[in-house]
Design a protein around this ligand. Structure first.
Ligand SMILES: Cc1cc2nc3c(=O)[nH]c(=O)nc-3n(C[C@H](O)[C@H](O)[C@H](O)COP(=O)(O)OP(=O)(O)OC[C@H]3O[C@@H](n4cnc5c(N)ncnc54)[C@H](O)[C@@H]3O)c2cc1C
Length: 563
């Protein structure tokens, strides 16, 4: 083999998995090259909320919401059963150390919000806080001219032409004159954004996934880790000693790079590859993806061609968001209904039969799964979120912000995003669903709202539901009658968040072949690795958490063992 270049560790993909692996490799003194096929870092990570689910961390202890690994172990056993036990133990054992490693040496820093419950908060061992950690906001100005290398967040996470809005910013921005504190907070954000826009293409106060990517990127620059942009993994080179390197395209030039210690795949899974989706999610009516278009299965396909085994024994082959679609002449925006509207009081979701089919306050993946499940008997894709005018005033509906006036509503109605009618019967006609059933569903729901108990689906019945409800709404923070005309509807579709089917790996992220043996020199992290949670959405941050921890485990193993 004639090599064009030699490095110690060759990492593909500059998202959470790849950037973390490259960063730790550099800190361990390994000669590392990070290859990214686009001209920006971040992948889907940059558009995410940036939450990592890692039990028992010192950050949780420091922030006053201690969690412990034994409880997490019980919780995972209840949620997933005996599947992937060895990998789970590896994850639980290394999680706190991986966070401490980054915290001590880099700018990759997290905080534990005072409340952020696991998604099935009625299970034994569940945590209400302390397991889901959020990245600290990041000042993008520190990246100077490289700021534009950070892939921007999705449009719904920004306002005013590029100002990022985190969950905690929303109250002040919605009610700037509500209190002195609100006014000060809103003014600080707006002034900062105005000055940013004099020098930068968008706001530089980064939160959520963009803050995480900014922090990883800044730390990589501090360490002078080489990043080769426009450099695409084409295929792996397998020799007598396992994986020895890779063929890459750098722009239009092909090169063969030797990896003396290891190749780490972190190309983001295959959520955006229609062919692989058809193969592994066959029969599911999923036409949309919230994942980055570059998550096209390159690492997955290259490893498979080199003899890697696939792990597809998952409860769900992928994770999803219910998403609404806004189409205009300028393009399409997909809005993920994560937590801001569905869970709030005064909204139901119905299918074509006009019937409810799910607890609307449950997490986004479970909601979308219920759509897919119900759809096998009754058309439920799309499903419809139904509410009245007071709901939009108080909570908004998808892209329609809370407090929106008539002009905004008319614009969204004209675009076909929002549907409005003076009666529920008329609304059902507009959206093509069963009107009598819709009327009955709303009447039933309203009776549950009066009583405070949703006898049909238990909306508002778990701590997770209540966390995303409205605490001011009594007796149930997730239930209030839908009673004041006009009525509104928006369609939601299941959209890919990321794949669970992925490469089969061991507890150190080594890729396995069909016999279960590790392929020498080959590792997979992030969504290239099969989901640790086997397609069960246990809590916030369950893709980025393992991406971080297994990047750490992989590199520590490489540093210890030359393979
Ligand atoms: C709106 C939204 C919110 C989310 N919020 C969360 C959250 O809060 N917590 C959580 O855990 N998960 C969240 N997710 C999911 C999470 O973002 C992804 O699962 C995660 O980012 C995947 O990380 P990764 O490192 O595997 O891939 P990515 O971040 O997608 O990075 C992969 C990189 O590989 C590059 N690449 C692809 N092919 C090649 C190739 N051939 N050669 C070189 N480079 C290549 C891509 O260009 C990309 O930059 C969210 C997703 C969305 C859409």
């Amino acid at each position: 083999m004639r090599w064009d270049r030699e490095v110690g560790v060759l990492v593909f993909g500059a998202g959470m998995g790849g950037m973390t692996a490259a960063l730790i490799a550099a800190h361990e003194g390994l000669d590392v090259l990070l290859c990214e096929k686009t001209d920006q870092v971040g992948g889907t990570t940059s558009t995410s909320a940036g939450t990592v689910w890692i039990p028992g961390s010192s950050q949780a202890m420091r922030d006053g919401v201690p969690d412990n690994v034994d409880d997490a172990r019980r919780f995972l056993a209840a949620e997933i059963g005996p599947r992937a036990e060895a990998a789970r133990e590896a994850f639980l054992a290394a999680g706190p150390a991986a966070l401490d490693y980054l915290d001590a040496r880099t700018e990759v820093k997290f905080t534990a919000p005072p409340r952020h419950p696991d998604y099935h908060s009625n299970q034994p061992g569940r945590a209400l806080a302390g397991r889901a950690l959020a990245p600290l906001p990041f000042d993008g100005r520190l990246l100077a001219r490289d700021f534009d290398r950070v892939r921007p967040p999705i449009a719904p996470f920004m306002v005013l032409g590029g100002m990022m809005v985190g969950k905690l910013d929303i109250p002040a921005l919605l009610k700037p004159f509500g209190s002195v504190a609100n006014f000060k907070a809103a003014m600080t954000l707006l002034l900062r954004h105005a000055t940013d826009r004099l020098r930068f293409s968008r706001g530089t106060r980064l939160v959520m996934g963009n803050a995480l990517v900014g922090r990883l990127f800044y730390s990589l620059r501090q360490r002078n880790v080489p990043i080769s942009y426009d450099t695409k993994l084409v295929e792996l080179v397998r020799g007598n000693n396992g994986i020895e390197g890779a063929v890459v395209d750098i722009g239009t030039a092909r090169q063969i790079i030797r990896a003396k210690r290891a190749v780490i795949l972190a190309t983001g899974g295959f959520a955006s590859n229609a062919t692989l989706r058809a193969e592994h999610l066959s029969g599911l009516p999923i036409a949309h993806s919230q994942a980055f278009a570059g998550a096209s299965g390159d690492g997955f396909a290259a490893a498979r061609a080199s003899g890697a085994a696939i792990d597809d024994r998952h409860t769900s082959p992928a994770f999803y968001f219910p998403s609404s679609l806004h189409k205009t002449a300028q393009g399409e925006t997909l809005y993920p209904h994560i937590l801001l509207d569905r869970s709030k009081p005064g909204l139901i979701a119905v299918n074509k039969d006009g019937r409810r089919f799910v607890n609307e306050s449950d997490n986004y993946h479970d909601f979308a799964e219920a759509m897919l499940r119900t759809n096998t008997a009754t058309p439920s894709v799309p499903a419809w979120l139904i509410c009245d005018r007071s709901f939009i005033r108080d909570y908004g509906l998808g892209l329609v912000h809370p407090g929106s006036g008539e002009h905004t509503l008319r614009r969204f109605i004209a675009d076909g995003y929002l549907h409005r009618a003076e009666t529920l019967m008329e609304l059902s006609g507009r959206i093509g669903i069963d009107g009598k059933n819709l009327l009955r569903s709303v009447q039933e729901h309203n009776a549950y709202a009066e009583a405070g108990v949703d006898e049909a689906f238990g909306k508002g019945g778990t701590e997770y539901n209540q966390f995303n409800g409205d605490p001011e709404n009594k007796p149930n923070p997730c239930l209030r009658p839908i009673a004041q005309a006009p009525y509104f509807a928006v369609a939601v579709y299941p959209a890919m968040m990321g794949t669970c089917v992925g490469l089969s790996t061991d507890g150190d992220a080594r890729v396995l072949d069909d016999s279960g043996a590790a392929i020498n020199g080959l590792y997979a992290v992030g969504n290239d690795m099969a989901s640790l949670f086997r397609g069960v959405y246990v809590g916030p941050g369950i893709t980025l958490g393992p991406a971080l921890v297994f990047a750490y485990r992989a590199v520590m193993r490489i540093a210890r063992n030359p393979d």
